[in-house]
Design a binder for this molecule. Structure first.
Ligand code: RAT
Ligand code: ZN
Length: 427
């Protein structure tokens, strides 16, 4: 990460030269710490859930899907291999036999390069040796520092058995890892949720009687107390509707929304995923669908006291999301999610958001699952965010108003942490 120096020009000087302006924007964007609003990272206290190193990086499901496009291997054969063997195959396929041009593959290159590891190596020996020799706590400090990340939000599922057990031990995790309470298992498949709740001693019926609603609410309150989440979150299918006569809507109306109101908790909506389109790919098998933004508008209208963070997976929904945010100031668009996290699309969406929303949005989250992904996800995101800001400030200059370094810094701080902190009530 580039660090600014005090010797730089006066922070309130007007930047009237486009080249100087561009250079200042890059310095500010590259030196401002970011809060990563959505990841799947865990601190070491969560044992095997805390993922790092080259074998995990190459096992990322984004790369698995890409490997199947170039390697002639059956799904079952791939999954029968050990993680180490799979990583070797991914490296051979995407980095040795082919040029790593995809965004996920370029991410691996950025990570290796950050640690001075040979990006053209024929095998993974050097990379494995490097990551195996790191002490995890120091390595985490180093990765956060290189990525310029001051904190990350985890994804915490109270119905996940492994994770649930760890929470119940009263784990006192690294404070840079904040929790978010994920509701997918509770809301997205009622039959499975009934079974999962029963494993935690909460016995409810299919029809969701008043007593069931009360029991689930008590259970949710206990988990909110245990996890102390910065928000509750759910990913929703492309065909999500609100209102809609199903168990999800009743749980939302009768359990989740009242809990959000009473605990003052933001609700994060991630809309547009079509799960398990190709189950043979396992966690790489999900796809995208165009969703109906009016469902989110109705939620915002019906719950004006609840703050919503929202991201849509389909590129086609991005403009509508911006317009919805102009209508509802309890709606904060965030991130370029998953299949949108490619430089050309991040650039386009960020420009669109700046044009429609000024600085009132959260440009990116990493969705990192493996620690070192923070390095590439933020390096690449900063490049596109800086580019989009430059275009906007240059237009401002041409239209008759120059900007100062102080103002650039104010804007970037708002985008990288201010909006998020305000939304979760931290400021
Ligand atoms: O982006 C991803 O890694 C996806 O697999 C999902 O985890 C998604 O981000 C989600 O949170 O559901
Ligand atoms: Zn995610």
């Amino acid at each position: 990460m580039v660090t600014s120096t005090e010797s730089r020009a006066n922070v309130s000087e007007l930047l009237t030269d486009p080249e100087e302006l561009r250079a200042e924007v890059e310095i500010v964007v590259n030196s401002t710490a970011v809060i990563d609003a959505h990841t799947h990272l865990f601190p070491p206290e969560f044992d095997q859930l805390s993922l790092f190193g080259i074998d995990e990086l190459l096992s990322y499901h984004y790369l698995t899907a890409e490997t199947f496009r170039s390697a002639r291997i059956a799904h079952e054969q791939f999954w029968a291999m050990s993680k180490r063997e799979r990583a070797d195959l991914v490296w051979q396929t995407l980095f040795v036999d082919n040029t790593p041009t995809s965004e996920a593959a370029q991410g691996i290159i950025s990570v290796l390069d950050a640690f001075g590891i040979d990006t053209r190596a024929a095998d993974l020996n050097e990379a494995r040796e490097f990551f195996n020799s790191q002490s995890l706590p120091d390595h985490i400090d180093q990765v956060f520092d290189i990525a310029g990340v001051s904190g990350v939000v985890m994804t915490n599922d109270p119905l996940d058995q492994t994770e649930g057990q760890i929470w119940k031990t009263g784990v006192d995790a690294d404070k840079r890892f904040q929790s978010s309470l994920r509701l997918d298992r509770l809301l997205n498949n009622w039959e499975d949720a009934i079974r999962a709740l029963s494993r935690q001693g909460v016995f409810v019926t299919w029809d969701l009687h008043a007593g069931d609603v009360a029991a689930i609410r008590t259970w949710l309150d206990e988990w909110i107390q245990r996890m102390n989440p910065v928000y509750m979150a759910i990913s929703l299918p492309a065909n999500f509707q609100f209102p809609c006569d199903d168990a999800r809507e009743r749980l939302l109306r009768e359990v989740v929304m009242p809990a959000a109101e009473q605990h003052g908790l933001t609700l994060t909506l991630m809309v547009g995923v079509r799960r398990a389109v190709n189950p043979g790919l396992r966690e790489a098998g999900d796809a995208v669908g165009q969703a109906d933004v009016t469902a989110v508008e109705r939620l915002c209208a019906q719950y004006p006291d609840v703050r919503f963070l929202a991201t849509f997976l389909s590129r086609e929904n991005q403009h509508q999301l911006c317009v919805a945010a102009r209508k509802f100031n309890n709606l904060m668009p965030f991130g370029c999610w998953w299949f949108l996290n490619n430089p050309s699309i991040v650039s386009e969406i960020t420009r669109e958001r700046i044009e429609l929303l000024g600085q009132s949005f959260i440009p990116q989250h990493s969705d990192a699952r493996v620690l070192e992904q923070l390095i590439y996800k933020w390096k690449h995101a900063r490049r596109e965010i800086a580019g989009a800001l430059c275009i906007s400030y240059e237009q401002l200059l041409h239209n008759g108003r120059a900007i100062t370094r102080e103002e650039i810094s104010r804007d970037v701080n708002r985008l990288f942490s201010g909006n998020f902190n305000q939304w979760i009530g931290a400021v």
